[in-house]
Design a protein around this ligand. Structure first.
Ligand SMILES: C[S@@+](CC[C@H](N)C(=O)[O-])C[C@H]1O[C@@H](n2cnc3c(N)ncnc32)[C@H](O)[C@@H]1O
Length: 342
């Protein structure tokens, strides 16, 4: 078991500066209305954001440091623990630099040193497909911005839950939330028929490769149940046509993870709920990591714009600079899109 206290320390959030700018956190949290408590929103509050994918709390920490208030939602109880520890430590550090004052107001010209108060964030174990209800429960409606930073974090990849193909001994589990999900990746590989397997893999893989892989799985499980990461790796071998630049396990593992955690369905359910929670001029920021997610986001944004309810602020997605991609290889495939509600 990893030590949760040290895990979040070196975590670098993807497209952090771009996200904070897109959400206009600094501007909103330090607007005259927010500082004087004047009710610009119908809820009477400004500077409130929802982090739909809290993860290790990287983006949330930055928003809170700039003076925003955050409702953070995370499906994985262990990630939630990491985020809690990370934010508490950030609070302690900022308390020290302010001589122990927990309620020190943010200096107007140096927002980056603003104190973090526990009252600035609420962390919730839940799924963003239930965001409407969660936000209502915590009176977080009519908000200024909502962030989705999709997928899984490096912390989840490193754990022994079968998300990564680097650990052949690990059980092929891949459930992000063991408290609410029952079906593991291995269960799918042992139970789905050939057509269902093909359908699952072809969500992210070329059809021909999906077909070959499905046939191999059906064949392999006749002699031995598939249980571990290593079992799947030995079935994979080398698939014909696999991109040389990509590990042949990357896409099959991604397909399984997406299916086990209903990632595409959750996104389709979460986006419209998030849009309803935005106040006037509120912004929806979505960072996706593969084309199936991006297609859903693009389509949803276009629909809202065509309905005359919103404006797309990113005609082309924002991608990480070459410097960020080099420093943080996980960011390489990130695409950020921003929508503003009218
Ligand atoms: C890429 S990480 C987010 C990292 C975070 N922005 C940070 O800087 O620490 C994505 C996180 O979202 C969580 N997640 C994915 N889908 C979710 C869902 N439907 N509901 C709630 N959390 C979800 C994952 O468990 C993971 O911890």
């Amino acid at each position: 078991m990893q030590n949760l206290n040290s895990i979040g320390e070196n975590h670098v959030p993807v497209l952090l500066k771009e996200t904070l700018e897109a959400l206009k956190v600094d501007e909103i949290a330090h607007s005259k209305e927010a500082l004087q408590g004047a009710p610009e929103r119908s809820s009477g509050r400004r500077g409130r954001f929802i982090d739909a994918t809290l993860g290790m709390g990287g983006h949330t920490e930055a928003i809170v440091k700039l003076g925003g208030r955050v409702l953070g939602i995370e499906q994985d109880p262990r990630s939630l623990e990491v985020a809690k520890t990370r934010l508490e430590e950030a609070l302690l550090r900022s308390k020290k630099s302010f001589g122990g004052s927990e309620t020190c107001p943010p200096p107007l010209d140096k927002h980056k040193n603003a104190a973090i108060s526990r009252g600035s964030y609420t962390l919730v174990h839940g799924n963003f497909k239930d965001m409407g209800k969660i936000a209502k429960d915590y009176s977080f409606q009519d908000v200024d911005g909502i962030l989705f930073d999709l997928g899984i974090s490096s912390f989840q990849l490193e754990k022994e839950r079968g998300f990564s193909y680097q650990d052949p001994e690990a059980l092929l589990d891949m459930r992000a939330d063991e408290t609410s999900q029952e079906v593991r990746a291995a269960d799918l590989l042992n139970a789905l028929n050939e057509g269902q397997l093909r359908e699952m893999f072809s969500e992210v893989m070329p059809f021909y490769e999906s077909k070959i892989l499905s046939e191999r799985i059906i064949e392999a499980r006749k002699t031995k149940k598939i249980n571990s990461v290593g079992d799947l790796l030995s079935i994979l071998g080398s698939l014909p046509g696999s991109k040389k630049s990509l590990n042949p396990a990357t896409l099959p593992f991604l397909a399984l993870r997406v299916k086990v955690n209903s990632e595409l369905e959750n996104l389709r359910e979460g986006l419209p709920q998030s849009f309803r929670l935005l106040g006037k001029k509120g912004r929806l920021v979505v960072i996706s990591f593969h084309s199936r997610e991006d297609v859903i986001v693009k389509k949803f944004f276009k629909e809202k714009e065509n309905e005359g309810l919103a404006e797309i602020l990113t005609k082309k997605p924002i991608i990480p600079s070459s410097d960020e991609s080099e420093r943080n290889p996980r960011s390489k495939s990130a695409k950020m899109r921003v929508l503003e509600k009218k």
